[in-house]
Unconditional design. Structure first.
Length: 160
């Protein structure tokens, strides 16, 4: 049952992040919900399973743009490998450290994807104009969600 839940969550987050939330991007910067879901799933599965889920998320991205088939798979699988290494090497409990890891993962994911597509000719411009701000936007959104999640116990009513 957990597998099916993670599968559905990853499918919805990957497609919603690229199609439904595209109109609310700010200056071309968007929140990568697929990456955030991959971070969430990586906290509950092993390192090898994290890479598998990352490859599946990348395959879903490739299905949206079959012209670059394989670029999303390689970028998300590499990012998942980075996330699994960070999970095993570090004990991340601080929300800002989580945000830093998500920021680096976002940079890694988008930079690899851009390097494997035809847009690599404008790599430095795209890195400065789109990749860096989008990764920062995703990390800030994630930190806000983490802080709200950790403070949820203050808003629960007390019984007895």
């Amino acid at each position: 049952m957990k597998f099916i839940t993670r599968l559905i969550l990853l499918i919805i987050a990957t497609y919603a992040g690229t199609t439904l939330l595209a109109p609310i991007s700010i200056l071309g910067w968007d929140i990568d919900l697929g990456l955030l879901t991959l971070v969430l799933v990586s906290g509950y599965v092993s390192g090898n399973a994290t890479v598998g889920w990352g490859a599946f998320s990348g395959f879903l991205l490739d299905c949206l743009n079959p012209q670059w088939m394989g670029a999303g798979l390689v970028s998300r699988a590499t990012t998942a490998l980075f996330l699994s290494a960070m999970r095993e090497k570090l004990n991340i409990e601080h929300p800002f450290m989580d945000g830093a890891v998500i920021f680096i993962a976002g940079l890694l994911d988008r930079a690899i994807y851009l390097a494997l597509t035809r847009y690599r000719t404008n790599f430095i411009y795209a890195l400065w104009r789109y990749i860096f701000p989008s990764a920062l936007y995703t990390a800030i959104f994630a930190v806000i969600l983490i802080i709200l999640y950790r403070f949820r116990k203050f808003f629960k009513p007390r019984l007895a």
